[in-house]
Design a protein around this ligand. Structure first.
Ligand SMILES: *[C@@H]1O[C@H](CO)[C@@H](O)[C@H](O)[C@H]1NC(C)=O
Ligand SMILES: *[C@@H]1O[C@H](CO)[C@@H](O)[C@H](O)[C@H]1NC(C)=O
Ligand SMILES: *[C@@H]1O[C@H](CO)[C@@H](O)[C@H](O)[C@H]1NC(C)=O
Length: 197
């Protein structure tokens, strides 16, 4: 049962990578109407916090991509190889799986609750900076992260495509860096802190 859940997420992750490969210009406007009122139903305490609203929208966007790709044509063997190499998924079973709810279906609410239950959600700026240096291996953006005072709660926003965030705010000009940051953030949002940290 645990393994099935993990497998679902695993495939989900592969689909996301496949998507970013096949549709390099995915649009930035993932906001779906009623997002905020949905958020208030799920998490009344946080839905007035602008920072949390942005994170929730990012979680929704991740979920939406999963739905869209459920019947997409992703070359799994290719993306699998890429993930293993680039994200060090040598043993995916070793990753923690914190998702609850029905095995067949992960709702936005499930995803949000799992995210809030992650230790990463409570990371301080210093912990995020350490992650950026040792796991993402992009120390050149430490200053930008510090300037923005990015703590763990920002992670879902880094896991979705948002050019105004990566280019205008973080000043990341290299597209491969943008993609690396996005993939590793997605990995960290879905599977928790990297084992190496
Ligand atoms: C995060 O911090 C809050 C507030 O201190 C706490 O209630 C919550 O349990 C913490 N979450 C985790 C996963 O440690
Ligand atoms: C993280 O940053 C946000 C926005 O600056 C803040 O509201 C939140 O309390 C911070 N979380 C922690 C655990 O410090
Ligand atoms: C992209 O990031 C910026 C800055 O954090 C934010 O204001 C904007 O709402 C984000 N866009 C989307 C579509 O989430």
């Amino acid at each position: 049962m645990e393994f099935n859940k993990l497998k679902t997420l695993w495939i989900f992750c592969l689909c996301l990578v496949g998507k970013s490969w096949t549709e390099r210009s995915t649009s930035d406007n993932h906001i779906v109407e009623n997002g905020v009122s949905d958020f208030c139903r799920i998490d009344e305490k946080l839905c007035n916090d602008q920072n949390e609203v942005l994170s929730y929208e990012a979680i929704r966007s991740i979920h939406k991509q999963m739905d869209d790709d459920a019947n997409g044509n992703v070359d799994v063997s290719e993306t699998d190889g890429f993930l293993r190499e680039d994200l060090n998924y040598h043993d995916p079973k070793a990753k923690h799986n914190t998702f609850h709810g029905d095995d067949q279906f992960i709702s936005v609410e499930d995803l949000w609750k799992a995210w809030k239950g992650s230790e990463v959600y409570n990371w301080t700026l210093d912990e995020v900076v350490e992650w950026l240096i040792t796991y993402v291996e992009l120390p050149q953006y430490v200053e930008a992260f510090r300037k923005m005072n990015f703590n763990g709660s920002v992670m879902p926003r880094l896991a979705v495509k948002n050019t105004s965030l990566t280019l205008s705010i973080l000043k990341i000009l290299d597209r491969s860096h943008v993609q690396k940051l996005q993939l590793k953030s997605l990995d960290t949002v879905l599977f928790g802190a990297p084992l190496s940290m």
